[in-house]
Ligand binder design. Structure first.
Ligand code: 2P0
Length: 334
């Protein structure tokens, strides 16, 4: 008998080599390959039930029913994709919760669509491997394809028009580099104004730096893989930092200009650069929001947090290690 209900947990990922722009908006096929690390302490948990008695799809997030808007639309589109592939046609109830704030540049859509894909495919009895799951998750939200896997992950951009060769693959699992840490500093948990999907379109269509970004990204991705395998933090961090700053140059040079930083972001960059000058091996990366993520080794976490004590605008922080890929769990949310 097919299972009708399943629950999955997935963790967000932070890109060391960024994804910013698509060559196919509908299928979410990126212009560049990207490389990420999946985080252990943050998660989305999602339960999906398909039932022939349901008359429509229903979705609730963090205990609130979502009755319309772009988030519900994207959830239903992903359920449609799962129904199409599995050739089963039942509506679903989806209940989801995050243990971190939405849309603050913390990649909540990566864990959300990875968990939804895994729970949805399992609930409907559609048995596919992780590569195929990453292709489905990608169409929910690009970065979600990377969260299907744990540890260090590459999302290959692919060449085909139908996106069947644009999927994620593990570079090294979560145990490969046990003292690698990411400190997520939350300076502003409010929702951002221009969401990534929209921001990417603006950059692809208007930034004069976009072509140069594609070229540099390919070079960065090629180099960082070797440094990750060698567990070389200094070189890994240097490339990640440059890649992030190039992405923000593309964002800033777009029309309209996309400035995701706030004054606190710049103050933190300054503090991190001062720590670097004092010989600490730490590096930063920033996504489409004001929050900074610090890349470092476990032995330096305390020192770094002590140095940041005089930054009262940091609302919160989470120290993460490389985490597991999406997985099915037994305890359902309803
Ligand atoms: C990344 N970001 O590689 C980059 C860096 C934001 C900045 O992936 O349109 O939410 O749903 O595919 O996946 C955010 O983009 O965008 C993102 P869609 P998504 O992590």
């Amino acid at each position: 008998m097919n299972k009708i209900k399943a629950t999955a947990i997935a963790h967000p990922n932070i890109a060391l080599i960024k994804y910013w722009g698509k060559r196919n908006d509908e299928l979410k096929i990126p212009t560049v390959s990207s490389i990420s690390v999946t985080l252990d302490n943050l998660y989305t948990k999602t339960t999906v039930e398909f039932n022939e008695k349901f008359e429509e799809d229903k979705f609730s997030l963090n205990d609130k029913t979502v009755t319309g808007g772009v988030v519900l639309k994207r959830v239903i589109e992903l359920l449609d994709l799962i129904r199409k592939h599995s050739k089963k046609n039942q509506f679903a109830k989806v209940v989801s919760e995050n243990n971190f704030p939405d849309a603050a540049g913390l990649a909540s859509s990566s864990s959300a669509f990875a968990a939804l894909t895994m729970a949805g495919c399992n609930a409907i009895g559609y048995g596919i491997n992780k590569k195929e799951m990453s292709i489905i998750a990608r169409q929910g939200s690009g970065s979600a394809c990377r969260s299907i896997f744990g540890g260090f992950v590459e999302w290959k951009k692919g060449k085909k028009d139908d996106g069947t060769d644009s999927f994620a693959e593990q570079i090294a699992d979560e145990k490969h580099w046990e003292d690698f840490r990411i400190i997520v500093l939350i300076v502003n948990p409010k929702e951002k104004k221009i969401k990534s999907t929209e921001g990417m379109k603006i950059s692809v269509n208007s930034s004069e730096l976009y072509e140069a970004w594609i070229k540099a990204s390919e070079n960065d991705a090629g180099k960082i893989k070797q440094y990750l395998l060698e567990k070389n933090l200094t070189e890994t961090g240097k490339i990640a930092e440059q890649n992030c700053l190039r992405m923000h140059s593309v964002m800033i040079s777009s029309d309209p200009s996309l400035i995701y930083w706030n004054p606190e972001t710049v103050t933190l960059i300054d503090k991190i650069q001062a720590m670097q000058s004092n010989g600490l091996d730490l590096h930063f990366t920033i996504d489409a929001g004001p929050n900074i993520k610090i890349i470092c080794q476990e032995k330096d976490v305390e020192k770094i947090l002590n140095c940041l004590e005089q930054a009262p605008f940091i609302h919160d922080f989470v120290v993460c290690s490389p985490g597991k890929g999406a997985e099915i769990v037994d305890d359902h949310l309803f």
